[in-house]
Design a protein around this ligand. Sequence first.
Ligand code: SF4
Length: 257
Amino acid sequence: MAHISFSEAKNWNFCPFYHKLMNLDKVKGFQGNAFTAFGNAIHDTCEKMMTEGLEQKGPFFQLKFKEILENLPEDANKDPKLVNSMQNQGPLILDEVLPAMEEHFGEYEVLAAEEDLMEMIEDFPCKEKNKFKGFIDLVIKTSDGKTHIIDWKTCSWGWDARRKSDPMMTYQLTFYKHYWAKKHNVDPKTIETHFALLKRTAKSDRVEIFRVTSGKIKTQNALKFLEKAIYNIERRNFIKNRLACRRCEFHKTEYCT
Ligand code: SF4
């Protein structure tokens, strides 16, 4: 293992054996559906809007969505009624992105979109030299000199309070903040992180931006979690978490009976 991403660590946390199947054996599990196609098309359109000032966001989204849907496996869920409603919902969300950004951040400058992270993990000892890998959706700078890391999340109506504070959801931003600060050699105190919820079925306020804080203790906890994941992956301790089987696509398949 030369690098680990947040989603790999999350897979390990879900079930170490699932992580082995997905990330080491590269068994093709879930390969997408209309929901992931919608999310990817919205992400791509947001990136263009932020970096190139794309104005024709509706047509761009429709093209991307169609293209991604066409590349899905034959048996993926592409229910025509659902796809049709998504074709209407996408532009409504996209119309609210820039106003929501302005309302939340005021004046800002885009520093990067889809920024790659590949930072050496030096926070704890590992058997191998590992790197943390990530893709940051958006990095902006506001007039008060602060840097903001933003991750777009498409969802249906939104997230409840439990989900908004769930460590396994928010550690993603904790890692991004920690390793982005290392990459650019800046004080983490000058960085804030946010999720931007892009709500498909909401009737109003389709874009909700909320801040996730990651202080010293939370960062330490996130790094302890990463250390535990790497320690076990390096030693090939792939125990089966039977409590997760109900939610796993490999359950009762040739890969995991
Ligand atoms: S079926 Fe259960 S044990 Fe097997 S990979 Fe999935 S979650 Fe892990």
